[in-house]
Design a protein around this ligand. Structure first.
Ligand code: IMO
Ligand code: MG
Length: 427
């Protein structure tokens, strides 16, 4: 069994910096795997000389021997084809394993995503319009197309006809309601399927074999805990389970074989789309944070809503994922504020999270200023001991409030601007 099998999950509303942390850790793992979501996810990885944007594959794909896309994912074959090409350019010997049971996102699903949002009106979620919701709807309606079926024009056409019959109203007047348009989409998908065929396999079995062979496995969760379909802030959530335990269903690999659950938390918070956000900051302070942190969606380019760190929600996410330790990101961005807030409660201790209550209790901290190149060099050389005092205080406060150690701190977007407590202490 891989002795250090681990999972990296986001503990907020997504965009916590999971990609950066997975890329940083992936050097110690042989296999990187994803178990949920699709191209609604977006990760930016900055190597020394290049910036990569991934949606479907794990951010650890640049250095891993094996890249796995699990059955729990919703895969857009065109995006997957492009991402495989781009990783192979950098990581020549990588082997890619795509679950034949993962669900396919077609151009028709993308169109449906937009149409469904229009129908929702004031209940609009603010989705990424990547077709993820509609593809999972078909999965659970048991009419979804699985990756393996890209190989059969007949199977695909039959399923699509059922989907059309179910969702005909939304699709009437679109090219997919006409035979010509449907056939042309099917042949496009079929062609992509032929290109992807060599990568398809039973990934659940593969993962077991890798584990039995003693390879180390690193799983990467998509999105964030507060976007989980069951445990997030429904209905402003995504359509898959995002928590660590979803590895069992989304990859067919028991979560009991995972040694470390690593929770990624951004030093402040951000959210794309509608829904409750108790610690949201508005106005010019928010604009400044958004600009400094480049808080614009990787997938949609939308400006992200931003807010202070919410320890109430963080504790909730830690419990759901049974997090072992934390990775804290974006401290470089937050430090520029003179006064920094951390929300510790909403005025009612009995309430786990009481989103409508704006009676925020908070602790204030002084900023630690901009981390210039000299300071960054000092931090990367000397690790935690070289962190500015105000930042060390901030970290200490979070650790005490959530009962978990922050073992990794990211001080900039580049790969090398990351420090790790264990490498400092030599454990
Ligand atoms: P990563 O992996 C931020 C949000 C969308 C929307 C809601 C539902 O980059 O952290 P969907 O298209 O999934 O049906 O949209 O979920 N959302 C994300 N926000 N980062 C993500 O992923 C997200 N994935 C989904 O903005 O509010
Ligand atoms: Mg994102």
């Amino acid at each position: 069994m891989g002795r250090n099998n681990s999972v990296v999950v986001g503990l907020q509303f997504g965009d916590e910096g999971k990609g950066k942390i997975v890329d940083y850790l992936s050097g110690s793992f042989d296999v990187v795997a994803k178990y949920n979501g699709g191209s609604n996810a977006g990760h930016t990885v900055v190597t020394d000389d290049r910036t990569f944007k991934f949606h479907l594959v794990s951010s650890g794909s640049l250095s891993a021997k094996h890249v796995v896309l699990g059955n729990g994912m919703a895969i857009d074959p065109a995006i997957l084809t492009e991402e495989i090409r781009s990783i192979k350019e950098y990581n020549h010997d990588v082997q890619i394993h795509v679950s034949r049971d993962a669900h396919v996102v077609t151009p028709m699903h993308k169109l449906l995503d937009v149409e469904e949002e229009n129908v929702r009106g004031s209940l609009k979620i603010g989705t990424t319009a990547q077709g993820i919701g509609p593809a999972y709807e078909d999965k659970y309606a048991r009419t979804g197309i699985r990756m393996e079926e890209l190989g059969s024009v007949t199977d695909m056409t039959e399923k699509l006809k059922v989907i059309l019959a179910m969702k005909g109203k939304l699709l009437s007047g679109t090219p997919y309601a006409e035979k010509k348009g449907l056939d042309s989409m099917v042949s496009g998908l079929h062609e992509l399927g032929n290109g992807l065929k060599p990568f398809l396999c039973n990934t659940a079995r593969k993962l077991h074999e890798f584990d039995n062979d003693g390879l180390e496995l690193l799983f990467e969760g998509s999105h964030g805990t507060l976007l989980d379909i069951d445990h997030g802030m429904y209905p402003y959530v995504t359509s898959s389970n995002t928590i660590a335990g979803a590895i069992s269903s989304g990859a067919g690999f028991s979560f009991r074989r995972i040694k470390n659950v690593i929770g990624v938390v951004k030093a402040y918070m951000s959210k794309v789309g509608s829904g409750i956000f108790p610690t949201e900051i508005l106005g010019s302070e928010a604009d400044r944070l958004r600009t400094e942190g480049n808080e614009y969606g990787t997938t949609t380019g939308r400006p992200r809503r931003v807010g202070w760190l919410d320890l109430k929600l963080l504790n909730y996410a830690i419990r759901l994922n049974d997090v072992d330790y934390l990775a804290l990101t974006r401290v470089d961005t937050l430090g520029i504020f003179d006064t920094i807030r951390v929300v510790t409660g909403y005025g009612n201790p009995d309430e786990e999270f009481s989103p409508s209550d704006k009676n925020l209790e908070f602790q204030e901290f002084q900023g630690w200023g901009k981390l210039d190149n000299d300071k960054l060099a000092d931090i990367t050389r000397h690790g935690f001991n070289a962190l500015p005092e105000n930042l060390a205080r901030y970290i200490d406060f979070i650790e005490k409030n959530v009962g978990r150690k922050i073992n990794i701190v990211s001080v900039g977007s580049k790969r090398n601007l990351t420090i790790n407590r264990s490498s400092v202490t030599g454990n």
